[in-house]
Each structure stands twice: as C-alpha cells, then as structure tokens.
Ligand binder design. Structure first.
Ligand code: GRF
Length: 239
C-alpha cells in the first residue's frame, strides 16, 4: 500500500522491522544538520546507524558534535593531497570501511569528482540552501535577497554529476521578509533544513525512497516535483 509522504511519517519506529540503515555523514563546518540527524535518531524519528562523521577540515565543529554523541569522527584534510582525484580516492576508501547504505552530505564544501559521485550513485544525498534549481552554488541567501525573492528555502536531492542539480526529493519554503538580512534569512532556512533532511533520510531508510534512472522515486512513484514542506509558523518575532 502506498502511503502519502508527509512530515509525520517515519515517527513510528517501534514497529519497524528493518535494522537501522548504516550511514556516513560528510561535513566541513558547523554541523547543525548533522546535529539534527543525531537528535532525530535519539528521539526515535530516524532509524539510522551513524557509523562515522568525516570532515575535510580538522577544525569543523561538527566533529565535536559527533564525538559528544559517541560517533567516530575522522578528518581527511583535502590540503594533504596533490589533487582532487587523490583526495576523493582516499575519501572513498575511508567511507567504505564503514559500509554505509547512504552517504549524507551535510555542509560538505567540496566539488566531487565523477568517480566519487558514480561510486555512490543512488545512495548519496545533499542538502542545499535554496529552492533548487534556483541559486545553485554559493551565497544563496544573499542572492535571494538581491533578487527580491518573496519565498526562499532549502532542498534535499540525490547527488549526480551535475552540481546541485540531482533529482529533487523534498524542499522547505520560507517567506522572505522585507527587513531580512542574510543572517536572519539563513536562520529561517536552517530551521527548515533540520526538518527536511532527517525526513528524507528516514524515507530512504524505510526503502520508500530511491533513485532510478535519474529520478527520485517515492513509494513506487516518480517524484515529478519535490515534496514541499511548508513553513507553517506564521507568527514573527521582532528583533
Ligand atoms: C547548510 O546550509 C546546507 O544547506 C549547506 O551547508 C550548510 C551546512 O550547515 N549545504 P551545517 O554545517 O549543517 O550547520
């Protein structure tokens, strides 16, 4: 039976027969999305086993978050390698030691080689701070403000060889307020990222979500458009 996808799905894990999905999370910085994933596991809203967190930067705060949660935290500094290919090869070797069913990019600030992407085709996700296909690349919040967007947000997608263009899974929309600056807008988007990423990962863990022939499939159907999580928090605080 097909279930309608929704933000309340995947909260009933006590009835799940599947073992937790092994995942590896790649980060480069703060790791607030990593924290959201850790918290979702702790609160039994997400059935994954976070086997390791790997950073390309040794001072990434996300590594502390991982250690605090008792998750192996590893650093492979990209600067130690002669080129992108050598780094990605070492990264594949390290990731595969943990045998993940899914590789989760959570603020991993690297352009990936084709070999790397092909190796994890269909089992690697990314979160991007815009409503893709709008604002691929960097500085998404500043660009949304510059272009007077009324609605902004975040997207979770499967990773393919086209940068920030893989099959979309879920998006969260947030309003852009007249008095927003980059920071206030980023904060609003981040709050939503922390909801949609654990949800998409849970769908994958439940085998409701997969990638087939460059399409995201949910409950056996091709997602023609990403699932949209609306920001239903209407009230505003003045700051
Ligand atoms: C997020 O905005 C995410 O969308 C982007 O990088 C940022 C990572 O933030 N890919 P954090 O490290 O998870 O706090």
């Amino acid at each position: 039976m097909n279930q309608t996808p929704g933000p309340n799905t995947g909260t009933n894990l006590s009835y799940s027969k599947q073992p937790p999905l092994p995942i590896v999370v790649l980060i480069s910085g703060n790791g607030s999305n990593l924290q959201a994933i850790i918290d979702a596991v702790d609160s039994k809203n997400l059935s994954v086993d976070i086997r390791a967190v790997i950073s390309n930067k040794k001072d990434a705060y996300g590594l502390e978050r991982a250690k605090k949660a008792g998750i192996p935290a590893e650093t492979i500094p990209h600067a130690d390698f002669d080129n992108r290919e050598a780094f990605d090869k070492a990264l594949i070797k390290k990731i595969d030691q943990y045998q993940p069913g899914l590789v989760v990019l959570a603020g991993f600030m690297r352009i990936l080689t084709e070999d790397f992407v092909n190796h994890y085709q269909g089992r690697m996700m990314n979160i991007h701070p815009s409503l893709l296909p709008k604002f691929q690349g960097l500085n998404t919040h500043a660009r949304a403000l510059e272009e007077n967007e009324k609605v902004h947000g975040a997207s979770v997608h499967f990773v393919t060889n086209d940068l920030d263009s893989g099959p979309l899974i879920i998006q969260a929309q947030v309003p852009v307020h007249a008095d927003d600056d980059e920071k206030s807008l980023a904060t609003r988007v981040h709050e939503q990222e922390h909801k949609i990423y654990p949800l998409a990962i849970q769908w994958f863990a439940e085998e409701r979500l997969s990638m087939k022939e460059q399409n995201a499939m949910l409950d056996g159907h091709k997602l023609q458009e990403p699932y949209i999580l609306q920001d239903n928090k209407k009230s505003r605080t003045c700051n």
